[in-house]
Design a binder for this molecule. Sequence first.
Ligand SMILES: Nc1ncnc2c1ncn2[C@@H]1O[C@H](COP(=O)(O)OP(=O)(O)OP(=O)(O)O)[C@@H](O)[C@H]1O
Ligand SMILES: Nc1nc2c(c(=O)[nH]1)N=C(CO)CN2
Length: 148
Amino acid sequence: MASLGEAVEEVSEVFATPPWGDPDQPPYLNAVVLASGERTPEEWLDAAQAIENAAGRVRDPGRRFGPRVLDVDIIAAWDDAGAPIVSDDERLTLPHPRAHLRAFVLVPWSSIQPEAVLPGHGRIGGLLTGPTLAADAREVNPTGQSLR
Ligand SMILES: Nc1ncnc2c1ncn2[C@@H]1O[C@H](COP(=O)(O)OP(=O)(O)OP(=O)(O)O)[C@@H](O)[C@H]1O
Ligand SMILES: Nc1nc2c(c(=O)[nH]1)N=C(CO)CN2
């Protein structure tokens, strides 16, 4: 967080979440950060990966959704005019291709920006109360902890 400095606008509290995609691992701790600034989306990804590397992130190619010490994803980005940035690039896909399936992303995001829209998928409140995610959302629990 300190490395993002004044770019940070809002930070959700930390939520305890059941592991998604690979159940044989402990619960995760997830939070969402809203940030702004002059960085391009690729520069935000560079910053995210630098934070992961500094935390000692090691990738296990045999375990796609396995445990990790820290994972920082770019969920969505908007240009200066407020238009969503869309990218099919493998290095940076925007919006994040699995964000709409993940209560562990949408519940923390909703807690700091309840009216937010995930580009291409609609209001996050609608996603969270829909048939796919409502049950998952009930298992995302606030911890009272803060990243700040
Ligand atoms: N929106 C994005 N945010 C973060 N990484 C992305 C994004 N789009 C593509 N990538 C690429 O995905 C690669 C794998 O990232 P990572 O290891 O964090 O995936 P993961 O966290 O295991 O899975 P997931 O992407 O489903 O959360 C990164 O090297 C990065 O270049
Ligand atoms: N609850 C939860 N599950 C996950 C998470 C995560 O951040 N939270 N990240 C993953 C890697 O993409 C795989 N599964």
